[in-house]
Design a protein around this ligand. Structure first.
Ligand code: HH2
Length: 310
């Protein structure tokens, strides 16, 4: 399956890793670390070096209880970073619900809009439909201020399936081709631990919607609830969760810890390949992921590794 993502055509026959760049003072796990343009750009370079297939840039925290940010403030945060990354070898994604921010980011060349509000804000649909960028339609219940108060579903999987299915129909009706659409059940956005686990367990059901599924579990509180670890010590749980998501059909995982996730997925990929050292690149590489970009899973790397072992 290919995802049309602006000038990039992403081959999804291997799972892709989306690295997170939060240009915010208050994100739940890395707030304040990449607020300065230089720090954000250095972080972006690090994620690229570690093998990120996409970079997701956000200027507003959506953690439970986060306060909303105005359009100008969000633009001031993200635009210098987007401009600094112009010409990056992988697609840039803007993580925003605001049509004004989407438009400015798209004009500056981003290839994907990641909207936790699934393009429900007036004008958001039109902003994306006007170009050729991909879009991630995510489910959430409530707002960051209210979403964790008492989330309740009769059937969390069925209800979110229905929501995402409706949003795909709405996006297609607005002129966004299916080949540009990704969906995300929205782990932690108006869900209890039980809901989140049901979603992860049944992620393959979402793959049945016929568009790629993105999963964002990295460092989230559900992993803290399971392991008892605070947000700075959720690397192992995050990697496990990313792997489980991919095993259940996620095409893209949105993560803070790119290097560790890329390595884990290389192991997954190698185990899944029939005979990695004999197969063609199409079989083993999963066709390389980013057609016009970096492929950290090259056959050469695999053959070099095999030589080292011998
Ligand atoms: N999670 C966060 C933000 N954006 N987008 C998608 N599609 N899926 C997610 O699960 C998702 C998302 C929250 O994580 P983070 O950006 O690290 O934190 P914060 O919102 O506090 O900046």
């Amino acid at each position: 399956m290919l995802l049309h993502c602006g000038k990039f055509h992403l081959d999804l026959s291997r799972p892709l890793v989306m690295g997170i760049i939060n240009v915010t003072p208050d994100s739940f796990s890395d707030g304040g670390r990449h607020v300065r343009r230089d720090a954000a750009l250095a972080h972006a370079q690090q994620l690229l070096d570690e093998g990120a297939d996409l970079l997701d840039i956000g200027g507003e925290s959506t953690r439970p209880g986060a306060l909303p940010v105005g359009v100008e403030e969000e633009l001031d945060r993200v635009m210098p970073v987007i401009e600094g990354l112009r010409g990056a070898p992988v697609p840039l994604s803007i993580d925003s619900c605001k049509p004004e921010v989407m438009r400015a980011a798209l004009d500056a060349g981003v290839s994907m809009v990641n909207d936790i509000n699934a393009l429900q804000q007036p004008e958001a649909m039109a902003a994306v439909a006007a170009g050729d960028a991909a879009v991630c339609l995510m489910h959430k219940r409530g707002t960051p201020q209210t979403m964790q108060l008492a989330p309740d579903y009769a059937d969390v999987v069925a209800e979110i399936m229905e929501f995402l299915s409706d949003r795909i129909v709405a996006a297609e009706a607005a002129g966004i081709a299916r080949s540009r659409i990704v969906v995300d059940p929205g782990f932690g956005f108006g869900k209890t631990l039980v809901h989140n686990l049901a979603l992860l367990r049944n992620l393959d059901v979402f793959a049945g919607l016929g568009v790629p599924v993105l999963a964002g579990l990295s460092r989230k509180s559900m992993l803290g609830a399971i392991t008892g670890e605070d947000v700075d010590h959720r690397l192992h749980a995050s990697v496990a969760a990313a792997l489980l998501a991919v095993q259940r059909g996620a095409a893209i995982v949105r993560v803070h810890d790119v290097s560790a996730t890329v390595d884990a997925l290389k192991v997954w990929q190698a185990v899944n390949a029939q005979n990695p050292l004999l197969n063609s690149s199409a079989d083993f590489n999963g066709c390389g992921g980013v057609v016009a970009g970096v492929n950290p899973y090259s056959n050469k790397a695999m053959l070099d590794a095999a030589d080292d072992d011998a």
